[in-house]
Design a protein around this ligand. Structure first.
Ligand code: NDP
Ligand code: 8X3
Length: 250
């Protein structure tokens, strides 16, 4: 039977690429994000391949998150796959100079937002005794790098939540997966550096991962046989060995 996937952060980067990858496979899609024009453009493009519904909400707002998911039309109500992808880094500062608004934003989106969306969807998965949750963590969830403090903490939290979900949802046969990429060239650095041109230099001098590379891995994880769960996957560009070691030809 055709599956339905809900993807948060589907308006750019890894989420958008995953939407395309899933659409190619005929998976029905619920695409989420704040930028409504982008949601509409992506919907029009992907409707050539599958059926698509869009939800426009900020995952920091728990009431709007629940309301949006409750509003799903009958054809999209049963969600088989949840891709918790929405998230960003905001700022790159030593802890003593960190901006409190950046800290709130990262914890509110990357941790609390992921929890709100999960809380809205998990009950239908436990009721049906099936489902697959994929949390997009990061290499920053496995290793703290200089000035990464709160972003790294938020991604360490994503990994802890993933393990907690896997334990608690194990009796229900629900798969829970963490996909942890290293550096991927998306809008991530534009958001982190708030339009500062330094963002353009982050991926210069080496071949970073493309969003599509991660999307293909996500599809691989969701397309394993029923008895196979990819629990935790770390993927780097070949030029990257860890958070601080990247071979750049400059
Ligand atoms: P992008 O900036 O390209 O995409 C981020 C997505 O998250 C957008 O679709 C954005 O949609 C959505 N989003 C951000 N804030 C909110 C919010 N408050 N409410 C709803 N949606 C929101 O970055 P990436 O594709 O790179 O990032 C996707 C995930 O991958 C993130 O969790 C990131 O931490 C993780 N990651 C990224 C890596 C990288 O190097 N790029 C490496 C490892 C992990 P909109 O603005 O329309 O709401
Ligand atoms: C993003 C990876 O190293 O650019 O999660 O912060 S990094």
């Amino acid at each position: 039977m055709t599956k339905t996937a809900l993807i948060t952060g589907a308006t750019s980067g890894i989420g958008e690429a995953t939407a395309y990858e899933f659409a190619k496979q005929g998976i029905h899609l619920i695409l989420c994000g704040r930028r409504v024009e982008r949601l509409n453009t992506i919907k029009v493009a992907l409707e050539k391949l599958t059926i698509v519904h869009t939800l426009n909400f900020d995952i920091r707002d728990r009431h709007k998150t629940f309301k949006a998911i409750e509003s799903l039309p009958e054809a999209f109500k049963n969600i088989d796959i949840l891709i918790n992808n929405a998230g960003n880094a905001h700022g790159l500062d030593p802890i003593q100079d960190g901006d409190l608004d950046d800290w709130d934003t990262m914890i509110d989106i990357n941790v609390k937002g992921l929890l709100y969306v999960s809380k809205a969807i998990i009950p239908q998965m436990t009721e049906r005794h099936s489902g697959h949750i994929i949390n997009i963590g990061s290499s920053a969830g496995k290793e703290v790098y200089p000035k990464g403090n709160v972003y790294c903490a938020s991604k360490h939290a994503v990994l802890a939540i993933t393990e907690g979900m896997r334990l608690d949802l194990n009796p229900y046969g629900i798969k829970v997966t963490a996909i942890n990429p290293g550096m991927v060239e998306t809008e991530f650095s534009k958001v982190r550096f708030k339009g500062d041109p330094i963002a353009d230099s982050v991926y210069q001098g080496f071949k970073a991962l493309e969003a599509k590379d991660v999307a293909e891995i996500i599809y691989f994880a969701v397309s394993r046989p029923a008895h196979v769960n990819i629990a935790d996957l770390l993927v780097f560009p070949t030029a990257q060995a860890n958070s601080t070691t990247v071979q750049k030809e400059l």
